[in-house]
Write a protein that binds this ligand. Structure first.
Ligand SMILES: C[S@@+](CC[C@H](N)C(=O)[O-])C[C@H]1O[C@@H](n2cnc3c(N)ncnc32)[C@H](O)[C@@H]1O
Length: 244
């Protein structure tokens, strides 16, 4: 399989560094597995598409829990695709597609659309386009499960920058107080990215903006869970269960 030189995540983070950092944070992913199990435990031929699969952190959990699912993973980063392809070589029900989520074709149908910690990489002007694609590819009884970090509420872009700056500074302060060097490194890197060119490819939004996009697309939010429940300035992780 040949993948194009199209870097996303691996341009900014070493993939090893990313996996080691994220190992501590699988709660929302475990919650998604439980939700999927409750809805699909007795079904055959379940088709799932995962967008922004990265290094396969969530894909591996999915395969272990649901060995019979037919899984398509969509990921633009060449180095991530190479890792995902290694997994696909072992697990024949899995297919790797090198593409950005917002360019995925609308002509296929899936029972489950999953996206973990990747929606914030879709640029502001492409987010609604992507959600409309999800609406088109979801089967009538399908579900869209999305987990991501959301920033505190804002009304204008100027206010967005203010809350984002407060979040980044809090992250750095907390890491210093906790003497957590790995966290401090990640926080400083993220601060330089989100205020850099093209927002460093990190287009974080607040919950109300996301929920407005979902409403505009015609999809419906059935559950919304704050999996961190600490402080809105912590860029808390929310899990959404969305249906047609
Ligand atoms: C933070 S990682 C999350 C990976 C994985 N889902 C996880 O939970 O560990 C985000 C991934 O989204 C990918 N990405 C960036 N832009 C994207 C886009 N427009 N569409 C889909 N994925 C994108 C990045 O290359 C990266 O692999």
């Amino acid at each position: 399989m040949n993948f194009k030189e199209e870097y996303r995540m691996s341009k900014n983070f070493s993939l090893k560094e990313y996996d080691s950092y994220m190992k501590k944070k699988p709660l929302e992913q475990l919650m998604i597995l439980k939700m999927l199990y409750e809805s699909f435990k007795n079904q055959n031929n379940v088709r799932l598409v995962e967008f922004g699969a990265g290094t396969g952190r969530f894909t591996k959990l999915l395969i272990k829990r649901f060995p019979n699912f037919r899984i398509t993973v969509v990921e633009p980063d060449k180095n991530c695709c190479l890792k995902l392809q290694k997994l696909a070589d072992k697990y024949k029900n899995m297919k790797v597609v090198q593409l950005t989520a917002e360019n995925f074709p609308k002509n296929k149908k899936f029972d489950i659309v999953a996206m973990t910690t990747a929606f914030h990489h879709i640029s502001f002007d492409k987010k609604l386009k992507f959600i409309r694609i999800v609406k088109s590819i979801l089967n009538k009884k399908g579900i869209f499960v999305l987990a991501d970090n959301f920033i505190a509420e804002y009304k204008s872009m100027k206010e967005r920058n203010d809350v984002l700056k407060k979040s980044m500074n809090k992250w750095i302060r907390d890491a210093i107080v906790e003497k957590d060097t790995e966290e401090l490194k990640m926080a400083k890197k993220m601060k330089s990215l989100v205020f850099g060119k093209d927002f460093g490819g990190e287009y974080f939004i607040c919950n109300s903006k996301f929920e407005k996009l979902i409403k505009e697309s015609g999809l419906k939010i059935k559950e919304k869970i704050n999996t961190t429940n600490t402080d809105p300035l912590d860029m808390e992780i929310y899990l959404y269960l969305i249906r047609p």
